[in-house]
Ligand binder design. Structure first.
Ligand SMILES: [Fe+2]
Length: 385
């Protein structure tokens, strides 16, 4: 693939000078599907993807998403389906004119104070890795696949293909924790995601400094979850987003994350499922889909002890490079979500599978149980509920 951008295609929107780079410059390489890999963040704009999809296309896409959400499924498929398909082709054609996109390294910061994190990254909706911030925590020192096999191997758990277990749509399996840990074929149906492990086993909360998360999220929030992920090498989660803020702790092992900004939502074109969770249109379960070659984004390598800030509605996909354990502290900050994407924020109020109100109830209950402050546990997504 020709990666030379020194002579942009005629009629193509000009790439900002700050993102120009060619393989002849030291360190630039070619990534998956021909996307360009920047060697460092020196040429990275503050916000990725700004203006890459014209305002008119973004407004039209928001209108289509809204109409789709409000119609019955049958009418939406008949009336809106073909329009969305044509629209997506137009967005794709526009992005193709820019040439290959660029994947940048993410900022990796050590010793960032909560105030700096809040000001420089959280409020701006810019992802960052807090390098080694959790290295000394009990979870990073103690937890391993062997530890969970020994202590919780007989737990019944719910695994779902790319969906959180709370969503009615999508295949689900009910298996034992030890089957998750014995997944030698990278079977994504044996990758345990979004699991309320700390609510089910509050003794594990002692390995997490909960106060640290409270200091870093800063603002008041309506509800939160501590979601647990455990999977063997090679398992993946395809591209998706939600309005939850996420501070993701890499407890054990290593992962690759690809992050694509909310600015590309008209490209991601999530099929309307009337859910507070959305999958990208191109999602086949892989960590990087070929059409993403035209997008700018981040490639993130998370190592044990790192904490990733993933802003609301940021599109992301994940691959386990080794056997891994991760925990996401996810909280609901309505102001931040509204700033990131107003239409998806509004549609979330109307979601029914599951509804935002249901997730709020689940999150509050999980947190109470996790902190040993009661909680009914009725909505925990275990096979028995
Ligand atoms: Fe996610």
């Amino acid at each position: 693939m020709n990666l030379d951008t020194t002579s942009p295609e005629k009629n193509a929107p000009a790439r900002p000078a700050s993102t120009a780079g060619t393989p002849t410059q030291p360190g630039w390489t070619e990534g998956p599907a021909g996307v360009r890999m920047a060697p460092d963040s020196s040429q990275r704009p503050l916000h990725l993807g700004v203006g890459h999809i014209p305002m008119s296309q973004r407004v039209w896409h928001n209108a289509l998403m809204t109409m789709d959400h409000l119609l019955t499924r049958k009418l939406a498929d008949k009336w809106i389906g073909p329009m969305r398909k044509k629209h997506l082709a137009r967005v794709m054609a526009h992005l193709e004119k820019r040439g290959p996109g660029t994947l940048y390294p993410i900022d990796r910061r050590r010793d960032l104070t909560p105030e700096q994190f809040h000001r420089e990254y959280l409020l701006r909706g810019i992802p960052v890795v807090l390098e080694g911030a959790a290295k000394e925590w009990g979870c990073c020192k103690k937890w391993s696949l062997k530890y969970f096999a020994e202590h919780y191997g007989e737990d019944k758990v719910t695994v779902a293909q790319g969906y959180p277990q709370h969503q009615a749509g999508g295949p689900k399996n009910y298996i034992l924790m030890k089957d998750v840990l014995d997944n030698k074929n990278s079977d994504n149906m044996k990758y345990l995601r979004f699991h309320p492990m700390l609510a089910l086993h509050p003794e594990l909360t002692a390995d997490f400094p909960y106060e640290w998360f409270k200091r870093h999220k800063k603002r008041w929030h309506l509800y939160s979850h501590m979601q647990f992920f455990i999977g063997t090498k090679g398992t993946t989660t395809g591209t998706h987003d939600s309005q939850m803020c996420n501070l993701f702790v890499m407890v054990h092992g290593e992962k690759t994350w690809y992050l694509h900004p909310t600015n590309y939502t008209a490209f991601m074109d999530p099929p309307t499922t009337r859910s507070v969770f959305r999958l990208g249109r191109h999602n086949t379960g892989k960590v990087f889909e070929d059409p993403y070659r035209v997008l700018d984004g981040y490639k993130v390598h998370l190592k044990q002890g790192d904490i990733l800030w993933n802003p609301p509605f940021y599109w992301h996909s994940v691959e386990n490079l080794t056997d891994t354990i991760g925990v996401g502290f996810r909280w609901n900050d309505k102001r931040l979500a509204m700033q990131q994407h107003f239409t998806m924020f509004m549609l979330d109020w109307l979601a029914i599978d599951p509804s935002w109100f249901y997730m709020c109830k689940v999150g509050r209950d999980e947190t109470r149980r996790m902190l040993g402050k009661g909680g009914s546990g009725k909505n925990l997504s275990t096979p028995s509920t």
